[in-house]
Design a protein around this ligand. Structure first.
Ligand code: TRP
Length: 452
């Protein structure tokens, strides 16, 4: 029988759900990855394709996840099981939840390492380590960090610990309380850094770079990157939104709340780009520097600008908060599942999963130095394998299965009841989850697996 409330707790209001889901969605994906993949793929045309992907499959899939969670009112695994049963389908659908919980746990392993880098940059900025530094010097500092397992271990541990401290307190005293403080802080910091970028006088250039439509720069690969990133940035494909949806009140409209989250996440990515590129251009640096854009290019830029130390510090605090609220959502599905499955108290579940995630992170950070010869998949090290397998295979696969679940497995009247949209809107949603999203995701998956 379906439950009215989740045993883990319920969000205080519709806004808390929006903030929590936005906190999950807005993370390293928005501030670190989006600007650099935009840079690598030549700007304008890429941004347009990304926006189309977000609207076409991001929003409908987010609605699908939230509705499954709210109907099942449990961890993704058990929600999928009960919701499948309700529609007379096999319980085996719970495997999709397991795949997702596992993906979240694996992502947490390497996400915490990168979160640790961000925390360490907060401390470097506070000390003014990059003041007046040249590109070589900052580049060396970054590689020096990667070569230093002890230092990475300390920061990774702090990041993992900070995440578990919140998670252990549960949905209301932990997640909700943290999010009520952190999300407003995040938005204020973003505006402050944006204002600083504006003052450089290079906003126009950044605008052209991000929004000038130059179709000749658009490659097939860029389209795939945009589609894959739409999943990652919205935290889709692994049940995060099922877990968060299971704590959402019946009264809220899923369509409008999901839309708000999607719009906020997209705005943050665009504003982050418009905050970062002017600073890059003001220092005549290369926007296409790749993953080093945030950890090398930007610190050099901040180090050589008036008041760069203060704003560089604030910038990394912003990124740290974004990463932190996302890390919480990576672990929530597996924690909720372990609590339900083994009938144990939340603190114990957090301790076990937190320790395991921390150890996984240690393996990931050692792959930059001591274990650099360990190759798992296609010659990739541990860190890169975790990143590749989760973002490129597990998330799209999870997203595909969730779309099929919401579009074909659940009875039409149940999804209709849960979404309560107008007939036209409901039709549009149903066509996307049944036809458009699956086809696009299969294209991405096949490409990832066989052509890259
Ligand atoms: N969306 C986050 C980001 O942009 C990362 C993230 C958090 C995530 N939870 C997730 C990605 C669940 C996929 C699935 O950084």
């Amino acid at each position: 029988m379906l439950k009215k409330e989740s045993l883990h707790g319920m969000w205080g209001s519709r806004w808390v759900f929006i903030m929590a889901a936005t906190g999950s969605a807005v993370g390293l994906g928005n501030i670190w990855k989006f600007p650099y993949i935009t840079g690598e793929n030549g700007g304008g045309a890429f941004v347009l394709v990304y926006l189309i992907c977000i609207a076409l499959i991001g929003l409908p899939l987010m609605m699908a996840e939230v509705l499954i969670g709210r109907r099942g009112r449990q961890s993704p695994v058990n929600s999928l099981r009960d919701v499948a049963e309700e529609s007379g389908q096999p319980k085996a659908w719970q495997a999709v939840g397991l795949l997702g919980a596992l993906a979240g746990f694996l992502i947490f392993g390497f996400y915490s390492v990168v979160g640790g880098w961000v925390f360490s940059y907060v401390s470097e900025m506070a000390q003014g380590s990059f003041n007046g530094a040249g590109a070589d010097q900052v580049g060396d500092a970054f590689s020096g960090m990667l070569a230093d397992p002890k230092r990475m271990l300390i920061w990774h541990s702090i990041f993992a610990f900070a995440s578990m401290v919140v998670l252990v307190r549960g949905v209301n005293d932990g997640l909700e309380r943290a999010i009520r403080i952190l999300m407003p802080a995040l938005f204020i910091l973003l505006l402050v850094v944006f204002g600083y970028a504006f003052s450089t006088g290079h906003m126009g250039e950044a605008f052209h770079f991000m929004f000038d439509f130059s179709p000749e720069k658009l490659t097939a690969n860029a389209v795939l990157v945009a589609l894959g990133h739409a999943f990652f940035t919205l935290s889709l494909g692994m049940g995060t939104m099922i877990a968060y949806g299971s704590y959402m009140t019946k009264k809220a409209s899923i369509g409008s709340t999901a839309l708000t989250v999607v719009v906020l996440d997209t705005l943050v990515a665009l504003v982050a780009g418009l905050a970062i590129f002017p600073i890059v251009f003001a220092n005549n640096m290369d926007p296409g520097a790749g993953p080093g854009l945030m950890f090398v290019t930007l610190p050099v830029a901040f180090g050589n600008m008036p008041m760069g130390q203060i704003f560089g510090f604030l910038f990394f605090v912003l990124v740290g908060i974004a990463a932190w609220t996302s890390a919480l959502s990576l672990m929530e599905p597996s924690i909720a599942f372990v609590v339900e499955r083994f009938n144990i108290k939340r603190p114990l579940a957090c301790l076990v999963l937190g320790l395991a995630g921390w150890l996984l992170g240690i393996a990931a950070l050692l792959s930059f130095n001591v274990w650099s010869d360990v190759h798992l998949l296609m010659g990739k090290g541990i860190f890169d394998t975790l990143d590749y397998v989760t973002a490129n295979i597990m998330l799209p696969l999870g997203g595909l299965l969730i779309a099929i679940f919401a579009g074909y497995v659940m009875l039409r009247r149940f999804t209709q009841e849960e979404l309560s949209l107008s007939e036209g809107q409901y039709q549009a949603w149903r066509i996307t989850v049944r036809y458009i999203a699956p086809v696009l995701v299969v294209i991405v998956l096949v490409n990832q697996l066989f052509f890259s």
